[in-house]
Design a protein around this ligand. Structure first.
Ligand SMILES: Cc1cc2nc3c(=O)[nH]c(=O)nc-3n(C[C@H](O)[C@H](O)[C@H](O)COP(=O)(O)OP(=O)(O)OC[C@H]3O[C@@H](n4cnc5c(N)ncnc54)[C@H](O)[C@@H]3O)c2cc1C
Ligand code: FES
Ligand code: FES
Length: 462
């Protein structure tokens, strides 16, 4: 049982060569306003203030379970300040603390990769993230979360290619060593900060999280905050009490068992990719098109499901794979098929004292074929018009699971079509809406074509 005395009433993080201690953080505070107005580091820009443009991009370093420093790239406009606890905030100023430009910055100069310069710090941070992670990705993929309004992308893409091919600068490696030593002395999570009619709880254990959920059912659970952040910056919500899930060990679980892959609800989309792509390589492109790097490094699987969105990208995939959810409260826990979680638009099977704790994803075994198709207006970082996930499950007679997002008020199985294998039956399964993304007839037509293509790819069907 955690008592008030066990909890800190401040956050501590490392920034610009110092440990910062803040005891006045509010539930609505995001990193960018703190950086620009409190720390007076104005290299980080405010563009859209909703996670779309990347002008506010910074990096965060934190100590991983294995004791190494692990980096994330974040949109500071929608990243709660409280999540910096125990972490290293790296802004564009950090890169040149030694007095000279870092290689990603100097590489941009001969390529004329900056014009007005407003987007430049954000691009530099995305390039440095690509340089650090050495992920196998194209420059375009590394920059998918950043927009430039004037200079054009040619120089930026070339500068990124150059940065990806170069080792980290010696000065930055020294910064990493210094920061790692400091972070090893800091703890992450386990605080409760109450002030200015605001309260933030950051439990480290599931028991504490469930206890808080029971005692404060109207507090807002916050995972990666890529939805929550916009409620603050765009809808101007002013929640008085938030409970952060991303410090809670049990929600960060990633375990591959003989029959199941269990993924904690607070695992980010980026970490999920590392766990799932070796089992389901067909998901590689789908991951690449889920937001941009900044959204994938913050947004979590649990948040993507619990928000109940009919156009959230993970639900159709998980429904097609036959995944289940584990939902806990102080009263016990239950496991439900994910498709049963979505009751109707805006209504999920989650009581006020319950928390989504993990997702159980079946291992490949009987899934012979899988196809995931995201239809959106823009290739990168766009919300789906339709997302179709189609699986063929082997057996004496193969069976099929076709799940769709964007076709109804919830993500849903196309039950009649799965039975008949006639794409025209999608008209019975769904009555989609027309909205600013697409008209109903288009949604139906494109979905029928996707099912037809999937079935045509099945040589074994007569
Ligand atoms: C620029 C941008 C691009 C995006 N692109 C995509 C995209 O391509 N595809 C897509 O699907 N989405 C996209 N999104 C939406 C969003 O990023 C995802 O839905 C994300 O996965 C939400 O997760 P989160 O952890 O950030 O949720 P949060 O904002 O932290 O929470 C979302 C909701 O879930 C609830 N919640 C969170 N965790 C739990 C839990 N453990 N138990 C119970 N309730 C919980 C919260 O209370 C809240 O109501 C995008 C968002 C932005 C800003
Ligand atoms: S200001 Fe545009 S993503 Fe943050
Ligand atoms: S250089 Fe002006 S917005 Fe990119």
């Amino acid at each position: 049982m955690v008592t008030e005395e066990d909890l800190r009433s401040d956050i501590k993080f490392y920034f610009d060569g110092q440990v910062r201690i803040l005891d006045n953080v509010r539930a609505t505070d995001m990193v960018m306003p703190w950086l620009r107005s409190e720390a007076m580091q104005t290299g980080t820009k405010e563009g859209c203030n909703e996670g779309d443009c990347g002008a506010c991009t910074c990096l965060v370093g934190s100590i991983s379970e294995s004791g190494d420093l692990r980096f994330s790239v974040i949109n500071t406009c929608i990243y709660p300040l409280a999540y910096l606890d125990g972490a290293w905030l790296i802004s564009v100023e950090t890169l040149s603390r030694s007095g000279s430009l870092c290689s990603a910055q100097s590489g941009m100069l001969p390529l004329n990769a900056s014009q007005c310069g407003f987007c430049t710090p954000g691009f530099v941070m995305a390039m440095v993230y690509a340089q650090i992670t050495k992920k196998d990705q194209t420059p375009e993929q590394a920059l998918a979360g950043n927009l430039c309004r004037c200079t054009g992308y040619g120089g930026l893409i070339e500068a990124t290619r150059l940065a990806q091919s170069q080792p980290l600068d010696r000065a930055f490696v020294d910064e990493i060593e210094g920061a790692t030593a400091v972070l090893r002395q800091l703890s992450r999570g386990g605080f409760s900060i109450a002030n200015h009619n605001s309260r933030i709880d950051a439990p480290k254990t599931l028991e504490h999280l469930l206890d808080l959920r029971k005692n404060f059912p109207s507090a807002t659970l916050v995972s990666g905050a890529t939805d929550f952040g916009l409620w603050i910056t765009k809808r101007l919500d002013r929640p008085s009490h938030i409970i952060l899930t991303k410090f809670c060990e049990q929600l960060l679980l990633r375990e591959i068992r003989s029959d199941i892959i269990e993924i904690g609800a607070a695992v980010t989309i980026e970490e999920l990719e590392n766990s799932l792509v070796s089992e389901y390589p067909e998901l590689q492109e789908w991951f690449q098109r889920f937001g941009g790097p900044q959204v994938r490094c913050s947004g979590t699987l649990g948040g993507n499901i619990a928000n109940g969105s009919p156009i959230g990208d993970s639900a159709p995939v998980l429904i097609a794979l036959g995944a289940s959810l584990t939902i806990h409260s102080c009263r016990g826990h239950r496991v439900i098929p994910i498709e049963n979680f979505f009751i109707e638009y805006g209504k999920q099977d989650l009581l006020r004292d319950e928390v989504l704790v993990s997702v159980l994803i079946p291992r490949r075994a009987r899934i012979r074929r899988l196809a995931v198709e995201k239809i959106s207006k823009r290739y990168d970082q766009d919300i789906s018009i339709v997302l179709a996930a189609m699986a063929e499950i082997s057996g004496d007679k193969p069976s099929y699971r076709f799940a769709f997002g964007g076709m109804a008020g919830t993500p849903k199985l196309a039950e009649k079509t799965m039975e008949s294998l006639n794409p025209d039956d999608l008209t019975s399964d769904f009555s989609p809406l027309s909205d600013h993304r697409a008209e109903a007839w288009y949604r139906l037509a494109v979905s029928k074509n996707l099912v037809r293509d999937f079935l045509d790819g099945d040589a074994s069907r007569e």
